[in-house]
Design a protein around this ligand. Structure first.
Ligand SMILES: C[S@@+](CC[C@H](N)C(=O)[O-])C[C@H]1O[C@@H](n2cnc3c(N)ncnc32)[C@H](O)[C@@H]1O
Length: 308
């Protein structure tokens, strides 16, 4: 399935585009947001895309052939600073993050993200690096698995499922998505109607093996440092832990640090780096009807303050 960009007009408004500006799309995907940004920019505008998924990068390379204002980087966005440095860029006018997985990732059984179809138990956004879900489930101890399912999936049967995984792998390694689905299904004493029994487990394992919260945490500080004065940061999250991290980061970076009033801090330290632009924005009824992925999306916007 094509990827329908979520909260598109809200994201464009949040970026407050300047026709000659330089913008970064940290999560290029299939380029829905990037293309809309390029459309709004003039001939001297520029968009840099990041994605760690090689399939997304292939689409980005094709776009860069069509439109010289666009460049794609095959990097995780935690390498924001290094990525921009490789292009000789040190300040940008706006940054967009549209977190999570894309529809093509979910819909391609060979990527192993989906509990709906059968495929190798992979779930890596970048299958050329790090451990697959099958590799991790083959070696992680029961306590670690239970913790991941509980924290990232809010799975109330986390312990039972972790125990069932460790028992099942004594017989044979869990290599496919349906092998994991079967273990998860049989480990649960009760199955919620209307929700696939493996939803939470798959989400949690995906977030863990792709280090999704860690990536976000590493990137936010670096992004703020490279925003030009007035530059915008727009983040679309799909998970409550992600949104909480963004909300806290925005709040802390938009408040002056608590200091000792007898020892005033220099302006460069005392002036907050960000200004909050909007409260959480969610999809309206029309988008919710046409794009079910938008259901859990929350968009937040902040701007880099002008120097004091
Ligand atoms: C929700 S999709 C983005 C869709 C995109 N906005 C569009 O309209 O097509 C998220 C994309 O971000 C990528 N991604 C997720 N985390 C990443 C990270 N830490 N670094 C780089 N890319 C990441 C995924 O591989 C995926 O392609």
């Amino acid at each position: 399935m094509e990827h329908a960009p979520v909260l598109l007009s809200e994201a464009l408004d949040g970026l407050h585009l300047q026709t000659g500006g330089c913008y970064v799309d940290c999560t290029f995907g299939r380029g829905g947001h990037s293309r809309a940004i390029l459309k709004a920019l003039g001939p001297s505008g520029r968009v840099i895309g990041f994605d760690r998924d090689p399939d997304a990068v292939t689409v980005g390379q094709a776009l860069s052939q069509e439109d010289p204002r666009f460049s794609i980087l095959h990097l995780p966005f935690s390498q924001f600073r290094a990525g921009l440095a490789s292009l000789g860029i040190d300040a940008v006018d706006g940054v967009l993050m549209d977190l999570g997985v894309s529809s093509p990732q979910l819909d391609t059984p060979a990527r192993g993200f989906s509990f709906q179809s059968d495929g190798p138990l992979d779930m890596r956004m970048d299958p050329t690096r790090d451990q697959s879900a099958a590799d991790w489930l083959g070696v992680a101890d029961e306590e670690e698995i239970a913790q991941v399912l509980w924290v990232f999936g809010e799975e109330r049967y986390a312990r039972r499922i972790a125990r069932a995984i460790c028992t099942a792998r004594l017989q044979a390694p869990l290599q496919t998505t349906q092998a994991l689905v079967e273990v998860v299904r049989t480990a649960q004493p009760r199955i919620d109607p209307g929700k696939h029994p493996a939803t939470r487990t798959f989400q949690a394992i995906r977030m863990h093996i792709n280090r999704e919260l860690g990536e976000l945490e590493d990137a936010l500080g670096a992004i703020v440092e490279q925003l030009a004065p007035g530059g915008r940061l727009v983040v679309i999250s799909f998970h409550s832990l992600e949104d909480r991290l963004v909300k806290r980061f925005f709040r802390d970076a938009s408040r002056p640090p608590a200091g000792d009033p007898r020892m005033p801090l220099p302006d460069s330290v005392a002036t907050p780096k960000l200004r909050l632009v909007s409260k959480a924005i969610k999809a309206g009824p029309a988008e919710l009807t046409s794009n079910p992925r938008a259901r859990s999306a929350v968009l937040r916007v902040a701007a880099r303050r002008e120097a004091a």
